[in-house]
Write a protein that binds this ligand. Structure first.
Ligand SMILES: *Cc1c(COP(=O)(O)O)cnc(C)c1O
Length: 340
């Protein structure tokens, strides 16, 4: 393991590691792919990604278990989701089995950067793909590059999970038949103004409503919502313009199968948010980040059971899923892949 690393105080930032994976798509086929120490990319000044933003990405983590093994969590679902993103952006699909193979190669090559169990830190893996050949008339590129690097990231919650305050955004994240359901940088580029503004006003995140009617809860810029009702039901918004979070899907399974809770994936009207007692944001970065206050244009909705600390159901969900991810609790078949 890297000797001089202060794992516990790492933030969520980029730190160069040893090797990354690269494969190029040319003349209608992916090449064999290689591991490389080269951490820069050289492409045409007119590359499709630079002109028309033809790019998509994924994000997942490798964890060290208490007994020192290195594991990844459901990389098959990242592979599948990236294939869906690529199709929607008229990009070639990087084969799902090769995606998983690349995850194994990247984690294996950078094992020294997988933080120790006790640090709470992990190795973040970033697969991505972009149009690399010149495009000036609007159309898909002919050549693409798929890359996957890794970077160690610190524990998301330093000194306990403090509930955050979010605001209802007046900006929209995704159109009804647009690209909200795929993991593409373009969805993030247009959200930067809204998040910078939210931060300036003292809010941690934006709650986006559905663009068509502005009555239903969608998600934040980079995490799905989970709510808990007063009678302990776990509810998550259903919409075809939110990104299908792997963490959220896993938490819903855990709620039902491990904790015996009732779960519902359905449309959630903003009007009913005031009746929920807990709220959390789910994603790979934090697993669940508790929301304490939702500010709707000056009117505050305070989560009854979760405004001072993580609410009891959120906490159970968090502990069970992180226990599964770190090998402390038995995982459902196929969720954990050990990297040798
Ligand atoms: C990546 C992402 C999420 C979280 O997905 P996970 O698979 O749980 O990491 C949620 N919303 C958006 C918009 C995302 O890009």
């Amino acid at each position: 393991m890297e000797q001089n690393m202060d794992w516990g105080s790492l933030g969520f930032g980029y730190r160069k590691t040893n090797e990354r994976y690269v494969s190029n798509f040319k003349n209608g086929a992916w090449d064999a792919g290689v591991m490389t120490t080269e951490d820069t990319v050289t492409i045409s000044e007119c590359a499709g990604v630079l002109q028309y933003c033809q790019a998509c990405f994924e994000g997942l983590k490798a964890y060290r278990t208490e007994d020192g093994r290195v594991v990844t969590f459901r990389p098959d679902l990242n592979a599948k989701r990236m294939a869906d993103s690529a199709k929607r952006l008229e990009m070639p699909v990087f084969p799902e089995d090769r995606f998983i193979d690349a995850v194994e190669k990247v984690v294996h090559a950078n094992k020294d950067f997988v933080p120790p169990y006790a640090s709470g830190a992990s190795l973040y893996i970033r697969p991505y793909m972009f149009g690399s050949s010149p495009v000036i008339g609007v159309k898909p590129a002919e050549e693409y590059q798929f890359r996957m690097f890794s970077t160690p990231v610190g524990p998301y919650f330093k000194g306990g999970a403090k509930p955050i305050t979010i605001r209802v955004s007046d900006y929209d994240r995704a159109a009804p038949n647009g690209t909200g359901h795929i993991k593409a940088g373009l969805n993030y580029a247009m959200s930067l103004h809204a998040i910078v503004e939210a931060h300036e006003l003292g809010f941690d995140e934006n709650m986006y409503l559905d663009a068509a009617t502005r009555t239903k809860v969608e998600e934040t810029g980079g995490a799905n919502f989970l709510f808990v009702t007063a009678d302990n039901k776990v509810v998550t918004p259903k919409s075809n313009s939110i990104l299908p979070s792997i963490t959220r899907r896993s938490l819903m399974y855990v709620a039902k199968e491990y904790l015996g809770l009732e779960v519902e994936e359905r449309e959630v009207y903003f009007d009913e948010v005031k009746d929920f007692v807990e709220c959390g944001l789910c994603g790979t970065a934090a697993v669940i980040s508790p929301v304490g206050i939702i500010n709707d244009h000056g009117k505050e909705i305070v989560m009854q059971n979760g405004n001072k600390e993580m609410g009891p159901i959120t906490k159970k969900l968090y502990e069970t899923l992180t226990g599964i991810q770190k090998g402390k609790i038995e995982a459902p078949e196929g969720w954990i892949r050990e990297i040798k």
